[in-house]
Design a protein around this ligand. Structure first.
Ligand code: ATP
Ligand code: MG
Length: 388
């Protein structure tokens, strides 16, 4: 177990001309499972490789257990890296692959055997110890790669998209195995993924990174528990990144600010109430309302005329995606960026071109400034109301 501290970590590849990562400050606690997520190219692997020692740190300080490790080579950092590509030696058996690092470090034979056997038992690899990688499935190979790390008893596990080469069913299984493994070993773990379900289900805390924008101070967008990010995204980027399908965004103007309730006028003219704290200086400014597809409610036909009264808008069905257990209704509305997506349980009975009354519950709405920063929410979000 170990504590990992990143202090103002930045990375540039060409002597300061192009920055990939800027000013990342992060404290990862003993035994914590932290996920790095963000779109492709935002620097997740680069950050992980800097922790591992495979990539130089341009500026900033990296500590493990209070020790400055910026200039320590990888083998002195006592971290175990698991890659997406497994990186197993094809000519070695499972047992030899797992033992290789310890052999290089000239560990005692009996210790090597004991650790390999223990890891094989934990990962259900005992019957496969004499097999070569080519005679194994992707999931089994990834277990060997994890086993190879476990036997080294690292202070920190570093995973770079370890499950992305596996099919969906195997990913779900391996996700649960990794979660059990972490509960058992309690080793500090950092897990890079672009799969938010993996991040939400495995991690104690999630670090959201974005591609570094010109002039931006940092590309670290938010750090928080999975539900904290879901219910209280700090900005538009996190709001749009966490959740699937993604949050709906509607363009509006702040008509009447308030400490508990704010009144918003959509660019299409409807007035809505939102449980957000806005200051009077923001009156008249452009704002963006965010609401998740699972929080938008469909009204029965006869209520369509209540537009002004209770946070209701009328929108037209563009397409439907029916997945069996649930459906996503894509609606056109003048204020909406892209589509207004509504999630319903069952196989939605609506049809294309239907006009639907849509209720946006005031306590489920998020509010963002034109710069993309979230106004604080003033009421606890209501529990999901499943609708069909
Ligand atoms: N050696 C290098 N020289 C220059 N640029 C590089 C180098 N290695 C990576 N980059 C750039 O750094 C950025 C971040 O790369 P990185 O691999 O860390 O992204 P990532 O978030 O892991 O993406 P993915 O989800 O696709 O794996 C990318 O734009 C990439 O092109
Ligand atoms: Mg990567």
């Amino acid at each position: 177990m170990a504590e990992v501290k990143l202090n103002g970590i930045s990375k540039s590849y060409d002597q300061g001309k192009t920055w990939i990562i800027k000013d990342v400050n992060l404290e990862i606690h003993n035994g914590e499972f932290v996920a790095f997520i963000g779109p492709s190219g935002c620097g997740k692997s680069t950050l992980l490789r800097m922790i591992c020692g495979l990539e130089d740190i341009t500026t900033g300080e990296m500590h493990i257990d209070g020790e400055l490790i910026n200039d320590h080579p990888p083998h002195e950092r006592q971290v175990g890296m698991v890659f997406q590509s497994y990186a197993l030696y094809p000519h070695m058996t499972v047992a030899e692959n797992m033992a290789f690092g310890l052999k290089l470090a000239r560990a005692d034979k009996s210790i090597i055997k004991q650790r390999v056997d223990e890891a094989a038992r934990m990962l259900q690899l005992e019957p496969l110890l004499e097999r070569k990688p080519k005679a194994m499935s992707g999931g089994q190979r990834q277990r060997v790669a994890i086993g190879r790390s476990i036997v080294q008893e690292p202070r920190v596990f570093l995973f770079d998209e370890p499950l992305s080469n596996l099919d969906v069913a195997l990913r779900v299984q391996m996700r649960q195995e990794l979660s059990q493994l972490h509960r058992r070993l309690k080793t500090t773990s950092i897990y890079v993924t672009h799969d938010q379900v993996e991040a939400m289900t495995l991690a104690n805390r999630i670090v959201v990174l974005s591609p570094l924008q010109p002039g931006a101070k940092t590309n670290l967008e938010q750090v928080g528990g999975p539900l904290e990010l879901y219910h209280h995204p700090a900005n538009l980027f996190v709001a749009g990144f966490i959740g699937s399908p993604k949050m709906n965004f509607l363009n509006a103007e702040l008509q009447q600010p308030g400490e508990e309730w704010s009144t918003i006028k959509l660019t299409s003219g409807e007035t809505l109430k939102v449980a957000a704290n806005t200051s009077s200086s923001a009156c008249g400014s452009q704002v963006i309302i965010g609401i998740r597809p699972e929080h938008v409610l469909l009204l029965p036909d006869k209520k369509q005329d209540q537009t002004e009264k209770d946070n209701t808008v009328i929108a037209t069905v563009s397409t439907l995606e029916r997945l069996g257990s649930e459906s996503f209704i894509y609606l056109d509305h003048d204020s909406v960026r892209e589509y207004l997506i509504v999630r319903v349980t069952g196989s939605g009975l609506q049809n294309e071109n239907d006009k639907l009354g849509i209720h946006l519950p005031p306590k489920q709405c998020h509010l963002f400034s034109a710069e993309g920063l979230a106004f604080s929410r003033t009421h606890k979000p209501e529990l999901n109301t499943c609708q069909s």
